[in-house]
Design a protein around this ligand. Sequence first.
Ligand code: S3P
Length: 173
Amino acid sequence: MTIFLVGFMGCGKSTVARGLAELSGFRYVDLDQEVCRKAQRESVAEIFAEMGEEKFRRLEREAIEHLSTEGDVVVATGGGAPCYGDNMDRLMELGVTVYLRMSADALTERLQRVRVVRPKIVGLSPEELSEYVRGLLVEREPIYNRARVVVDCDGIPSRVVISRLRYLTKKRN
Ligand code: S3P
């Protein structure tokens, strides 16, 4: 069984995916890391800088197609992954999709705090970041909302989100 976590940058997909996988004996896969491996680059930022976003999106799609969904896997997808082409349809065909929903305010606050280099938000002032998150979330949320499971994550610690999702990995066929 494959579980795909989708949601905006900063909503905690990687932490939740890693924790859920560990707790459930599933393999953990990070889609961004898969893309980096394919591109033979160290980071997403490097791919954006050297190859551009369009190429990144093509590689991202290929990574989705080539994901080994053998056995039990929890995949943390990139925030934009479901939002390009028919990627969301594809994710829904391949496994159980889970949207980690978080408000624009909470996302902005977390993205401000967690200073991982994300090419789409690098160099934005706090005001610009807030506006950017709000606008992009409005665009993307209808796609995220198609996920089979939606979990509200505002103000909820990752370990609680993980325990709320645990039933999914127990339901084996
Ligand atoms: C992106 C989100 C990133 C990464 C890339 C683009 C986006 O992943 O795929 O920087 O378009 O929202 P995270 O959601 O893991 O930060």
